[in-house]
Design a protein around this ligand. Structure first.
Ligand SMILES: O=C(CO)COP(=O)(O)O
Length: 263
């Protein structure tokens, strides 16, 4: 079989940081730091707080920037009396392409389980949004070496009932909870072990050809200094970057990772 071509994806999850004025500056710096070839070779996406999305849309549309954007969560509901929630349709109306679903911070602080994550994935897909579905084990499970079984279960629950065609539109992000915001990056081998197991599981359910089209990201203390080694792994197709994406120059360096490999 031909080697699958999966376009690398770097997605910056800003979490609850940067107001709309700060977002404006970061986007402009990011756009100035990446040329057309770099933005073609590596898909570059930002995931700001909801309150920044209109500002990001205006900048991206106005200057025709090759930067994608999306949200960090969505409601599983279509619309109506759900105070405080944001639907997939509201996000697509703002030009969003991506939405993070099931981030460990939402699973932990908002008790999101696989069934809710699954409903959100389906709401995103029904509205042409690409869900970035997060999975990853905590430290207790890693210490017992249970990460592969744990992540396979999370994956089964989060992606239950999807057709193979729907699956090709999904991005999976492996984010070991113990590596998020801690400065403890998983080794490239740790990342490959679980990202490889994710692709294997997707192949078991939907066939190898479908699994080969799905992009699998690694997330957890990714920086310019470690991105090249992570991207050298065969089943890692990009990164979901937290802290380091708040600094436009650092995130641009991450998006320029092929240069680090060439060095
Ligand atoms: O949670 C993350 C991205 O979604 C990772 O965060 P850090 O890159 O800050 O560790």
């Amino acid at each position: 079989m031909a080697t699958p071509t999966r376009r690398p994806l770097m997605a910056g999850n800003w979490k609850m940081n940067l107001n709309h004025r700060e977002a404006n500056l970061v986007i402009q710096k990011l756009a100035a730091s990446l040329n057309e070839k770099q933005l073609t070779d590596v898909e570059t996406v930002v995931l700001p707080p909801y309150t920044d999305l209109r500002t990001v849309q205006t900048l991206v549309d106005g200057d025709k920037l090759m930067i994608g954007y999306g949200a960090q969560d969505l409601s599983p509901h279509k619309g109506g009396a759900y105070t405080g929630e944001i639907s997939a349709a509201l996000l697509t109306a703002l030009g969003c392409t991506y939405v993070v679903v099931g981030h460990s911070e939402r699973r932990t602080y908002h008790n999101e389980d696989d069934a809710l994550v699954n409903a959100k994935v389906k709401a995103a897909l029904a509205n042409e949004l690409i869900p970035i579905v997060c999975v990853g084990e905590g430290l207790d499970i890693r210490e017992q070496e249970g990460q592969v079984a744990y992540v396979r279960d999370q994956l089964d629950g989060s992606l239950a009932g999807l057709t193979a065609e729907q699956l090709t539109k999904v991005v999976v992000a492996y984010e070991p909870v113990w590596a998020i915001g801690t400065g403890k990056t998983a080794t490239p081998e740790n990342a490959q072990e679980v990202c490889g197991a994710i692709r294997e599981r997707l192949a078991e359910v939907h066939g190898q050809e479908t699994a080969d089209q799905v992009r699998v990201l690694y997330g957890g203390s990714v920086k310019a200094a470690n991105i090249a080694a992570i991207m050298a792994q065969p089943d890692v197709d990009g990164a979901l970057v937290g802290g380091a994406s708040l600094d436009a120059e650092e995130f641009a360096q991450i998006c320029r990772f092929p240069e680090h490999i060439a060095r």
